[in-house]
Design a protein around this ligand. Sequence first.
Ligand code: IFM
Length: 466
Amino acid sequence: MTSTDARPDRAAGLVFPPGFVFGAATAAYQIEGAVDVDGRGLSIWDTFSHTPGRTFQGHTGDVAVEHYTRYPEDVALMAELGLSAYRFSVAWSRVLPEGAGRVEQRGLDFYRRLVDELLAAGVDPWLTLYHWDLPQALQDRGGWTDRDTAARFADYAGTVHDALGDRVRHWSTLNEPMCSALLGHMSGQHAPGLRDAAAASRATHHLLLGHGLATRALRDRGADSLGITLNFTPMTPATDRPEDVDAARRLDGQQNRMFLVPVVTGAYPPDVEADLAAAGAPLPIQDGDLETIAAPLDWLGVNYYFESTVQVRDRAPDDPTHFIGGEDVVELDPEGPTTTMGWGVSPGTFTRLLGWISEQAPGLPLVITENGSAWPDEVAEDGAVHDPERTDYLLRHLEAVTDAVAAGADVRGYFAWSLLDNYEWARGYAQRFGLVHVDYDTQRRTPKDSARVYADILRRHREAQG
Ligand code: IFM
C-alpha cells in the first residue's frame, strides 16, 4: 500500500474532543508586505532585514505574500479548507507608528476589515498582539531591555482591544517570548540582533512583565479568552555524563521553564535564576512583578516543532548560542530525516511534552498554536503541490495530540503553521511551511496535498459533531 493510499485511513482514525478548534496560523511581518502604506511605522524587523548579512540572501518582508491586499483571497481559502479558526498577529507599528502615543486608524482599519472578512466567512479570529515586530521607535529607547516597554505594550494591547474587542474573542499577548529574548538579544539571529547576556535577561523579564500588564489591561476590558503562546523544545542529554545532564537542565531551563513556570506559578525556577546570575545576567525583578506575570489565563498556547539533544562541547566561534551561559553546549544534529530547517521529526516527544505541560499547569487548557514543517515544495506538472513529508508530519503530530488527550491532557485546539508559505525570518523565503504554496513571482496560491488532507480531517470532525 502506498502512503497516498494510507492517508484516508489515518485521517479516519483521528478523533478529537467535541468543540475542538482547527485552524492555521500566520504572523504579520511574515505575510503582510505593504510595509510603507497607511502610516505604518518601522519595526525592528524592517531594520534587521535591511541590514546586510542578517538574513538569507538579504531577504526582507517588504513584499512577503501581499496579504495586506490579498486578505480576501486568503480568507476565502481558509473557508474552502473548512478552518474554524485563524490565528494572526497585529503589527504594533501599524497601530502605533511610534510605538506609543499617536494611534494610526488606517492600521486598525486593516485589522477591522480582516476580522470582518473572517467572521463573514465563519472563521473565528484568534489575535496575537506581539509576534516579534517591536516598533523601531521603542527599540531606539532600549526596546525590551527597557522596563518601560512593558508598560507601552499594555497600552498598545488596550488600544487594539478598544478597536477590535467587540468582534475578536480570543487574545494572545506574546508569541514565543523565548525567541524575542534569546534569539534577539543573545545569539543575535533575530531582531534586534544583539549578543549580550545581560540584555537577553532583561528582555526576558520585561517581555513577561509586558505579558502580565497586557493581560490585566485586556481583563479590565472584559476579555474572557486570554492566553500566551510559548515555544517548547524538549532537551535530552546526549550521554549520561553529569556535564551533559546538567547542560540539558540548563537549556531546558531557559528554553521551556523560564517562560512557562513564572506565568503559571508566579516564580522563576530557582536553578534558572541562579544560572543567569552566575552568568552575570540576573533577572531584573522588582517587587510585585511576579504577581503581575502570573495573572490568571484561560488557555496556554503551545508551539512545538522538534526536540533537541545536547552535549557539552566546544562551539564553533561563528555559532553563537541562544542560551545565557550556554557557550559550552552544542545542540546535536538530529538523527533520521530532517526538514529543510534541519529539524528532526519527533511526534512521540510532542505527546510527552503535552503531558509534562499539563502537570506544570494543572487546570489550564492547552491550545496547539503552532506546529508544522518546511519541505522543498514545488508546483508539479499536474499543477498540484505534492508534499507527502508535510502530510506525514501533520498526521503524525495530530495523532500525537490525540494520544496526549487520551492520556488526560486538556487540549482544545490545533493551528497548523502555517496557512501560507511566507517569510521565515532570517531564513527568508527559502523555507516553505505553508499548507498553501505561494509562487513568489506571481503571488499565486495553490493548496498543497497536505491542505487537502487537513481539510478532510476537519470535515470528518465537523460531521462527527453533527
Ligand atoms: O515561522 C516561525 C513563526 O514565526 C514562529 N514559530 C516558529 C515558526 C517556524 O520557524
